[in-house]
Design a binder for this molecule. Structure first.
Ligand code: HAM
Length: 433
């Protein structure tokens, strides 16, 4: 009988060091930009009680849950998104938390969906959320952070766009045209561009809309400017929702992000808890799935049994982002890179270990930054082999512990980037880096 070798589960990824290096580049950039906007990092468990999701997130995400009964007969689900966990954290400390506050997290998430380009069963998602304010400037802050982040990754304005819509505006329009059952209509509207005009019309007819209502909705969702929308909506609520979007755009324009946002009423969002502004980030030409999506959810904490605390935020997945960066050649080299490689002509391993330690401690003189990375052979070997290893590991400088000046406390060393040889003490070598 042949034994089959273990297989990677569908929709998951292995991160060999080269892939993990790129992953860390994404995480580091996410974290540094979130911190530069003064968001604080938080975490939660990877699994929650199933009921945290059922009914509150929307049908699609619930059908994609990885859930099971644990040994205590409790219904458990691996987290498919972070927002319900965040809402739980907020409810638990509703009184103590000084509002508004800005938090971020980079959870590993699980969704049982069809694995395809841009969609996996296990992925990472940056979440940035602002809790405790209904102000539209919270949306402005989040969108400024998204644009800053994508620019920091090297994308240019015009290579991505934050499309903005409003559930409030849509709801008032549905009311104005007398559409029944908004709850049944939203999921259809969310799929409008995916399913094509005929299926769209049929699904809306099934939800109880007349032909005229379908046509009006389709026209409405195709509006490209606020001016155009103004000709279609007239109620006080709609006017207020539009004024809010105008203020948001004007604020972002003043801050230098005007080119990064546009009105896109085709965006509805599948999640059930959104109540106001909703937005999605796409590559130019929308050739890929969404890079990020989010919106305002002012009643989620209430739906979960807590007091009403407004919130707004977004999730940005690592999968589409990495695909897009790869397409633009913006991912860093996946190769390893170390600062020093400590070599020895005589295979004096004690001296090698001792010197490696000297260079590692030399990092303490560096301000802030990471400690130096120091590599060396782990067994006796010829100098040629050691240099091969140094090269393979991307060493910047090779230090020879037993060169002719060693007795005088100086090392011969080679700058691998230029091929030049030098002699000097630890300080001089560190300065050369
Ligand atoms: P979402 O639209 O479900 O929103 O996901 C946001 C982003 O996560 C997507 O645009 C995509 O980049 C990524 N994503 C989603 N599913 C997958 C998947 N199966 N594989 C790879 N990437 C995926 C939410 O999750 C909301 N909870 C976001 C939010 C935070 N709203 C307010 N705060």
């Amino acid at each position: 009988m042949s034994i089959s070798i273990p297989q990677l589960p569908k929709g998951t990824r292995d991160f060999y060091p080269e892939a993990e290096r790129i992953q860390n580049y994404i995480f580091d950039t996410w974290r540094s930009v979130a911190e530069s906007f003064a968001y604080e990092e938080y975490e939660g468990p990877m699994f929650e009680h199933l009921e945290l999701y059922t009914g509150k997130s929307g049908e699609e995400i619930v059908s994609q849950l990885y859930n099971f009964k644990d040994k205590g007969d409790r219904e458990i689900a691996l987290r498919p998104e972070m927002t319900p966990t965040l809402a739980r954290l907020v409810i638990q400390k509703a009184r103590e938390l000084k509002k508004p506050f800005k938090w971020f997290s980079m959870p590993r998430l699980f969704r049982y969906e069809k694995a395809q380009k841009g969609r996996l069963r296990e992925f990472f998602q940056l979440n940035m959320d602002i809790i405790g304010t209904e102000s539209i400037y919270a949306e402005a802050d989040l969108m400024a952070a998204i644009a800053t982040m994508l620019r920091k990754f090297g994308l240019k304005d015009g290579e991505f766009a934050i499309g903005v819509s409003s559930r409030k505006l849509l709801a008032t329009y549905l009311e104005e045209i007398g559409a029944p059952n908004p709850a049944l209509v939203y999921p259809v509207l969310d799929r409008r561009l995916k399913i094509g005009p005929e299926a769209f019309a049929k699904a809306l007819a099934d939800a109880g809309l007349s032909e005229d209502q379908v046509k009006k909705l389709d026209d409405f969702m195709s509006c490209k400017s606020i001016e155009e929308v103004k000709t279609k909506v007239h109620s006080e609520n709609a006017t207020a929702a539009l004024a809010e979007i105008e203020d948001l755009f004007a604020t972002l324009t003043a801050a230098g992000y005007g080119e990064c946002v546009n009105l896109d009423l085709s965006i509805v969002r599948g999640l059930a808890y959104y109540t106001g502004i909703v937005f999605e980030v796409f590559d130019k030409g929308k050739s890929m799935r969404a890079i990020a999506g989010g919106g305002r959810y002012d009643s989620l904490t209430e739906k979960l049994g807590g007091e009403r605390i407004p919130g707004v935020g977004f999730g940005m997945g690592d999968v589409v982002l990495a695909d897009l960066l790869a397409e633009h050649n913006l991912l860093p080299s996946p190769k390893q890179s170390v600062d020093f490689y400590i070599a020895s002509f005589t295979n004096d391993m004690k001296k090698v270990f001792e010197t490696a330690q000297v260079f590692r401690s030399a990092s303490s003189s560096k301000e802030g930054g990471k400690p130096f990375s120091v590599a060396h052979p782990l067994a006796a070997m010829k100098m040629g082999k050691q240099l091969d290893q140094a090269n393979y590991q991307g060493a910047k400088i090779v230090v020879y512990v037993d060169g002719s000046k060693a007795a005088a406390g100086e090392f011969e060393y080679k700058d691998m980037r230029t091929g030049e040889m030098f002699v000097g003490n630890t300080e001089a070598i560190v300065a050369r880096l």
